[in-house]
Design a protein around this ligand. Structure first.
Ligand SMILES: *Cc1c(COP(=O)(O)O)cnc(C)c1O
Length: 357
């Protein structure tokens, strides 16, 4: 019997990368591989995406892991650096840094570096997370560009707050704010995440920053990945380790949270919230067994879930698919009141991954 595992389909990853190229043909692609490539394995993804122009990571250490694996393209630490030692490490390993706060400018000015770093200067155009105010960006740009620690003109970047809602006018407002604030400044531009790439062509600029769409899940709250022409990269499977008959009225699991409505078979699959399967997935969450769709019943445990086997042709040892090409992770996420991003990151970092294709 094979243990729970996440299978990573590299041909699907390449297909999704092509979708980025088609949607934003004039932009360079910074493939976002933070959080171990959303659970898919950052080194694997970076090695597979040979045509990407660079890679986005959350912090300098994630970038170092790529450098250690021999990745020699542009790498951008999207949270920049938080200390002088981290900055020194970034510069020594040619990792670009995002700068979004005055303390970082002071660190940059005060730290001697073996080589200048490439800076991505972030403007807050309405996300209210990271970035300088539109009114201060020109002065910051002037200061940072003049520092000997800085290589060439900084890239100017911002992040969209509502790009996943196509009907919202907020993205257009943010784009206008960004254009106005940076009109007089030199340097490449970078705005679009996956939702921006697919829904806001005006946001593409010089560098697009796709994350979730590379992995074949939807960046939109109201649209599927399939409709966007994306293919799921991860298939999460776990073996059925036992099956039993329930009598009508018998309860299942912690808190007796589910009651069998009739005499019926149930099974137990060896995966739970410790493996990244969402604890909040409710009864009715879809799973696949030998190609048949059935459902989770009762509460998700730490390392097991219970499955309704009515109408299923299933034996102990069979693989249960928790998500994959025939069961979008977004559908499972909805049943757990979360998003595909959350599930992919959590699952891929606990269970063993294997490569297919
Ligand atoms: C994570 C991240 C992205 C990628 O976002 P997706 O919605 O996954 O495409 C892009 N830019 C920045 C700054 C990020 O932090």
């Amino acid at each position: 019997m094979r243990a729970a595992r996440a299978s990573i389909d590299r041909s699907a990853l390449l297909h999704n990368f092509q979708r980025v190229r088609e949607a934003a043909p004039h932009s360079r692609v910074l493939a976002v591989v933070k959080a171990n490539a959303y659970g898919h394995g950052a080194v694997t993804v970076a090695q597979t995406l040979g045509d990407a122009h660079g890679f986005g990571v959350a912090c300098v250490d994630e970038g170092l892991a790529l450098r250690a694996a021999g990745i020699d393209k542009t790498i951008v630490s999207l949270q920049g650096f938080k200390s002088a030692p981290e900055l020194v490490k970034a510069a020594a390993n040619k990792i670009d840094v995002t700068v979004y706060d005055a303390y970082q400018v002071e660190l940059l000015a005060a730290t001697s570096l073996a080589e200048p770093v490439h800076v991505w200067l972030k403007v807050d155009t309405g996300m209210a997370r990271l970035g300088f105010a539109p009114t201060e960006i020109a002065a910051v740009h002037r200061r940072v560009a003049a520092l000997p620690q800085t290589a060439t003109a900084p890239v100017l970047m911002t992040h969209l707050a509502c790009a996943d809602e196509r009907r919202s006018d907020y993205s257009r407002q943010q784009l206008n704010t960004f254009e106005r604030a940076t009109a007089a400044l030199s340097g490449a531009r970078s705005v679009a995440n996956s939702a921006g790439i697919l829904a806001w062509p005006g946001s593409h600029g010089d560098w697009v920053r796709p994350g979730i769409m590379l992995y074949g899940a939807s960046p939109f709250v109201d649209d599927t990945a399939e409709h966007a022409g994306l293919k799921p990269v991860m298939t999460l499977t776990a073996p059925l380790i036992t099956r039993r008959w329930m009598r009508a009225g018998e309860h299942v699991g912690y808190g007796n949270s589910w009651t069998a409505p009739e005499a019926m078979p149930i099974g137990v699959a060896a995966i739970g919230y410790a493996d990244g399967y969402p604890r909040h997935a409710s009864t009715g969450t879809p799973v696949l067994l030998n190609g048949q769709r059935t459902q989770l019943v009762g509460r998700v445990c730490m390392d097991m879930i219970t499955i309704d086997l009515r109408g299923c042709d299933a034996a102990v040892g069979d693989d249960v698919t928790l998500w994959g090409p025939d069961l979008p992770v977004d559908a499972v996420a909805r049943s757990a009141t979360t998003v595909g991003y959350d599930l992919l990151c959590a699952a891929g970092n606990r269970v063993r991954t294997e490569l297919i294709n």
